[in-house]
Design a protein around this ligand. Sequence first.
Ligand code: FES
Length: 173
Amino acid sequence: MPPVLTPEKPKAAARFQQLVASDKRYKILEVHIKKFQHRQDALIEVLHKAQELFGYLENDVLRYVAAQLKLPTSRVYGVATFYHYFTLKPQGEHTCVVCLGTACYVKGANHILAAIAERTHIKPGETTPDNKLSLLTARCIGACGIAPAVVYDGKVAPKQTPADTLTRINDWI
Ligand code: FES
């Protein structure tokens, strides 16, 4: 069942401002959207960038994109569900997004990914058979100063090591 998107609330603009202020990934997405001058025909490119940043397209991201491009949320959702490339919701109870951007990669993000793969036997884009954990990757989430960064259930954690990540996911699986 696809997630139900509720209509935009009057406070949506304030909420988006809050998201942009608290999560650098929205800021990067905003810059990207500006690069396309908020053009509605840039929707697919914008969704690509969003998935690259967040690992998947959660409801807040879809709503944000819709607001920025002045498109109905239903249209954005329709496009995101039409293309198999886009992932709307990881199946797992928890998500772990490993940033594989250059700064994180040179600081060992690949070792983090390898440790997770060894522990869970899943690859990026997959979910453990018990649906506890979905593993995703992203490309530069805007936190290069604290590389390597990993996003656990939507929260960015700084300077992660394979041991840090295993401690976190061992609590989940
Ligand atoms: S490369 Fe990972 S946050 Fe920039």
